[in-house]
Design a protein around this ligand. Structure first.
Ligand code: IPM
Ligand code: MG
Length: 368
């Protein structure tokens, strides 16, 4: 393969810091070409809109897109006519046809104690949220008329069919690695919503093509509850856009920090994907050098795996991230503030570090 070309959209808030760290990581692995562009609030400041056609074209022509985070109080508004940073992200998803959003949730062994849930509940949690990303209420007709407003949720059978297949395929691939029985849980609100009844029907029609994968259906309210009461029982969760947005943040807390979760947004076979941490732009800590780069590193791992077919390097990054956590390194979002471990314990004491030290530690693990 010729040198992979990556469009880099650092975005706002901590975006430039974590993306800068990710570029260091990539440069330590090999040759990459980086094309840095504006998207989000920074693009609004420069061009008046969150995503220009130029940037969208560059993304579509690249081999992959690496995104930091977008948004911040500076651009917060309820004015329906004012530009918002999030429009850039939604425009990219739609424009690049990124219909499949993969959000793996696997608490790093060193962090199981950091979850707000009890350790015995978290133990063994290893799930994947497959979120439909270009349909539903995010992209339906919406509007405001005086004191009334509406957002419309629409889905076609075709949109549901293709995301369902991604979920079943992912369950198979995961089972090959884990040796667990593959399972897909489809989440909807079929007791109330027509789109959900169509969702359930189409998922049911696709399932016989994957007889080796177990399928169950959960209503979204029940799923939200089960996620915290028995997270380890989930394997692949497939759901529509809005439910996936909410459930993936909930699932993220299982790891104790939103700062740890990566994501991949994928389109048709061979089209460039977009890779970004799940967390936001954290404007409160922007520019302080303390942002946690690990979710972005894990997103780089997903880029190597899903975008470039370089699964071995992806695994090396994942192992390196686990290793630095094992050594006790913590950015402030991860620091538990617990007292020193008892004498003779082989559990290393936590050391609070910033973005640069965390990055250096991961690079060191990778080269050792
Ligand atoms: C996410 C985010 C976005 C979403 C926002 C920033 C538009 O919350 O990627 O989960 O709602 O999809
Ligand atoms: Mg979200």
């Amino acid at each position: 393969m010729s040198t992979p070309r990556i469009v880099v959209l650092a975005g706002d808030g901590v975006g430039p810091e974590i993306v800068g760290a990710a570029i260091e990581l990539l440069e330590s692995l090999g040759e990459f070409e980086f094309d840095r562009r504006l998207m989000g609030g920074c693009s609004i400041d420069e061009h008046g809109i969150a995503l220009t056609d130029d940037v969208l074209d560059a993304c579509e022509a690249a081999d992959a897109v690496l995104l930091g985070a977008v948004g911040g109080p500076k651009w917060d508004t309820t004015d329906p006519d004012a530009p918002r940073p999030e429009q850039g992200l939604l425009g990219l998803r739609k424009g690049m046809g990124l219909f499949a959003n993969l959000r793996p949730v696997r608490p790093s062994p060193a962090l199981v104690g950091a979850s707000p849930l009890r350790e015995e509940r978290i133990a063994g949690t290893d799930l994947l949220v497959v979120r439909e990303l270009t349909g539903g209420i995010y992209f339906g007709d919406s509007g405001r008329d005086g004191d009334s407003a509406h957002d419309t949720c629409e889905y076609t059978a075709e949109e549901i069919d293709r995301i369902t297949r991604i979920a079943f395929e992912a369950a198979r691939r995961r089972a090959e690695i884990s040796g667990r029985e593959p399972k897909v849980t489809s989440v909807d609100k079929a007791n109330v919503l027509e789109t959900s009844r169509l969702w359930r029907e189409v998922v049911g029609r696709v399932a016989p093509d994957y007889p080796d994968v177990k399928l169950d259906h959960l209503l979204v309210d029940n799923a939200a509850m089960q996620l915290v009461s028995r997270p380890a029982d989930f394997d692949v969760i497939v759901t529509e856009n809005l439910f996936g947005d909410i459930l993936s943040d909930e699932a993220a807390m299982l790891t104790g920090s939103l700062g740890m979760l990566p994501s991949a947004s994928l389109g048709a076979d061979g089209a460039p994907g977009l890779f970004e941490p799940v967390h936001g732009s954290a404007p409160d800590i922007a520019g302080k050098g303390v942002a946690n780069p690990l979710a972005t590193f894990l997103s780089v791992a997903m880029m190597l795996r899903h975008g470039f077919g370089r699964a071995e390097e992806a695994v090396r990054i994942e192992i390196a991230v686990d290793a630095v956590l094992e050594r006790g390194l913590r950015t402030p979002d991860l620091a538990s503030g617990t007292v020193a471990p008892p004498p003779l314990s082989d559990v290393p004491q936590e050391v609070e570090v910033g973005t640069a030290e965390m990055t250096a530690a991961v690079l060191e693990e990778l080269s050792s």
